[in-house]
Design a protein around this ligand. Structure first.
Ligand code: ADP
Ligand code: ZN
Length: 722
């Protein structure tokens, strides 16, 4: 018996299957999809068995497989096929396409640290003619009644008596796997669906294989619809995947699913340790779970017999993996898996991506709509405040209307969400005297001042240094903070509104385990008046007492040099606006901006997604951007800027020579030219259809494979153009 093994090594030269012979002792264990240990040169490596056959294809002597790593298959037949498709689409190495599907604990480099956790139990075993002391008899009585008890349960009994009972053979020690995450039983919290919701559910469950786009305004009850559809398939013995952006995978969301489906769910999120993720993965692989809810990588959950794949907040850029390889799009992978399982994909959003809506308009996706909120209220009215006018008579970051509205909510004991999409204190520090600005020594970007720690930090590489009193250049004490971050706004709120209770939610306050959960439950319990944060506060949250949403500066995302900046701005503003007035009380939204006439801002006034869509499509058509054209971003990277540029030119020439139906841009400096001392240039390709593109790019990748000074990254349909 011969096994074809793909070894876990990140060198592309060995990204192919090697043959090994299977020793007699391992024949019963070796299956396609199992992990094995193999000799490779002088090393011992892990690898995946991709094929089993009788005859070898070379005349060479084959080496033996050393052992199996796990007792079960880790890659199902479906996932093995899927990996190959993803490789074709992304041009990444095959091994990286398989590694991305598995939890960290199953990757060769990290595998040793995380292990299966066991719990000890004692089983009662009747033994004739033994006598017990009084203490021993108590234990025997306890265990005999229950047959089997965990070691923990016997904590209060004497350890020496337990030991003697073990010696007498009355207690048998047993070990059982114990999962690190425990779910409670469901406590059925099903809502009576509205007619609109019911109609969507019926349409979806009627068809067996169809791609749907559900365009439903914020608070229209999409999540409730998802759960009803999942329930339908659950009753047919089928499983479901629900993808949500990491940022909206909040404890609130998980709790809703857990309440309805109990321990049939596995929730995979960044708050879990590697061990917890590993356990969740094994529950899924063993078929103990029917519903998987998680961020991007949950699309690879090893579920069998899938009935529906749901992608919430379909427009989220988090569904595209931008780094490292494979640069896959979970929305595309969802469709690939649905083809295998003959099931439907349902993508939902209040602000669908242009790509998805364009497909829906063409009939490629079937369009479903939930145009109304479930509570029967209209969407909250949005006031757009022109800060150019406001700045004439005020200095802080709060306009008069926003201040008044906050004051009123505080008086009425209602809650407020404030969005400022920039963490830290100030966006950069500069000297008023000589104009010096603080930049990261490794990256081509200004440092951000963090007041609480008195440090200047780089948001790209994490570099940090202590804050300064005087300018390092001219030695004057004229340093000033320009721009504004969440920390500064928090301080200003405290100054303006006495005794206001402000809770800050951003990357800095949520990085510790459990903090995210704590913030959400504290705010829900009314311990705070204002929840202030970055885009984390915009998505997925549902607080009944929030009646005001304020946006400090609606322009932050508009100024990013990216062709999607308008789309991202409209979507962020509409999402955060949707956090207001979700229950009985009427909600209101106030947006502060320096660009009140920009369509991405003006059109949020009436939550007018369709007008935004049409306007933005027109611009994309004129500028030849997606969804009219495909994009491919080729990045050429290295430490020597000049050499990188020369190679980029060579690549461009070769593309020009070989491709006809293609618009070529660049090479140009990447948005951040230097990160961690690595320079990068882009070449951007725009095309509708180009058959020779993939083979040509493969050749280019192969060519640079052995070049240690130049690295090439290829990103098809990049989610951001930085
Ligand atoms: P979306 O996901 O579209 O923003 P949700 O599903 O979160 O909307 O629903 C918004 C709020 O309305 C939630 O508090 C939810 O529990 C409630 N809700 C949804 N559907 C119904 C219904 N049919 N009856 C009563 N309340 C509902
Ligand atoms: Zn840096």
């Amino acid at each position: 018996m011969i096994a074809g093994v793909l070894v876990e090594i990140s060198n592309k030269n060995v990204d192919r299957v090697f043959e090994y012979s299977v020793p007699e002792t391992l024949k019963k264990d070796i299956q396609v999809g199992i992990r094995v240990l193999v000799p490779f040169g002088k090393q011992t490596l892990e690898g995946f068995v991709l094929e089993i056959k009788e005859e070898k294809t070379t005349g060479k002597e084959l080496r033996d497989i050393l052992n199996v790593v796990d007792s079960d298959v880790v890659l199902t037949e479906e996932l093995l096929l899927l990996g190959k498709k993803i490789q074709e689409k992304t041009l990444a190495s095959l091994i990286s396409c398989y590694q991305v599907m598995l939890p960290k604990a199953l990757k060769a480099k990290n595998g040793s640290k995380v292990s299966i956790r066991y719990e000890s139990f004692y089983r009662f075993q009747p033994v004739p003619n033994v006598s017990f002391t009084k203490k021993q008899q108590e234990i025997v009585n306890y265990v005999e009644k229950r047959t089997i008890v965990s070691k923990k349960e016997l904590n209060d009994f004497s350890t020496s008596s337990i030991k003697s009972l073990i010696a007498k053979g009355v207690l048998l020690e047993e070990k059982k796997e114990r999962y690190r995450v425990q779910y409670t039983e469901s406590s059925l919290s099903k809502k009576e669906l509205t007619e609109e919701q019911q109609k969507v559910v019926s349409e979806v469950v009627q068809q067996t294989q169809q791609n749907y786009l559900l365009y439903g305004v914020t608070g229209s009850g999409k999540t409730e619809v998802y759960m009803e559809i999942i329930d339908f398939y659950l009753k047919q013995g089928k499983s479901s995947i629900v993808l949500v952006p990491e940022i909206s995978l909040t404890p609130q969301m998980i709790e809703r699913f857990q309440k309805r489906f109990g321990d049939k769910i596995a929730a995979i999120h960044s708050g879990l340790s590697d061990g917890e993720k590993y356990d969740e993965w094994r529950r899924i692989a063993r078929g103990e779970v029917s519903i998987v809810i998680g961020a991007r990588s949950a699309i690879f959950a090893p579920l069998k017999n899938i009935g529906i794949i749901i992608i919430d907040e379909e427009h989220s850029e988090s569904y595209k993996q931008s780094d490292p390889n494979p640069r896959y799009d979970a929305r595309e992978v969802a469709i690939m898996r649905s083809e295998y399982h003959h099931c439907s994909v349902l993508m939902g959003s209040a602000t669908p991506s242009l790509e998805a809506m364009a497909r829906a308009q063409k009939g490629v996706f079937h369009l479903l709509m939930l145009p109304h909120r479930v509570n029967g209220r209209s969407l909250p009215p949005v006031d757009i405040i022109d800060m150019n006018q406001e700045m004439k008579h005020s200095h802080g970051h709060f306009s008069k209307p926003l201040m008044d509205a906050i004051q009123e909510r505080l008086r009425r004991k209602e809650q407020i969400i404030l969005l400022l999409n920039r963490r830290g204190y100030a966006s950069f520090v500069t000297c008023k005297n000589c104009g010096y600005t603080f930049k990261c020594p490794n990256c081509d970007i200004t440092l951000t001042y963090h007041k609480s720690s008195n440090t200047l930090r780089c948001h790209y590489c994490g570099y940090g240094e202590k804050g300064y009193r005087e300018c390092p250049e001219c030695k004057e004490e004229s340093l000033t903070n320009l721009g504004v971050g969440t920390q500064k706004i928090e301080e200003e709120l405290q100054r303006i509104f006495q005794d206001v209770r402000v809770l800050r939610m951003d990357y800095d306050t949520t990085s510790r385990k459990g903090k995210h959960e704590e913030i959400i439950s504290d705010f829900r319990d009314g311990k705070y008046d204002i929840l202030l944060g970055t885009q984390m506060v915009a998505k997925g949250l549902d607080f009944a007492n929030v009646t005001l949403v304020g946006v400090i500066n609606a322009d932050t995302s508009l100024n990013i040099p990216d062709f999607r900046s308008s789309e991202k701005t409209f979507s962020l503003l509409d999402q955060v606006a949707g956090r207001s007035g979700r229950s009985e009380k009427e909600g209101r939204v106030i947006l502060q901006t320096f660009n009140p006439d920009h369509y991405a801002i003006a059109l949020t006034k009436n939550h007018d997604y369709m007008s935004f869509y049409q306007k933005e499509m027109e611009i994309r058509r004129r500028l030849k951007y997606p969804p009219y054209y495909y994009l491919c971003d080729i990045r050429i990277k290295g430490k020597d800027a000049m050499m990188v540029f020369q190679e980029a030119l060579k690549i461009k020439k070769s593309l020009e020579r070989n491709l006809v139906n293609m618009i070529l841009l660049g090479p140009s400096n990447a948005g951040v030219f230097k990160i961690n001392n690595i320079y990068s240039y882009h070449i951007i390709l725009k095309y509708k259809k180009e058959d020779s593109l993939y083979p040509l790019l493969k050749k280019i990748l192969d060519h640079y494979q052995t070049n240690v000074k130049i690295k090439i990254d290829i990103d098809f349909n990049p989610s951001q153009m930085l």
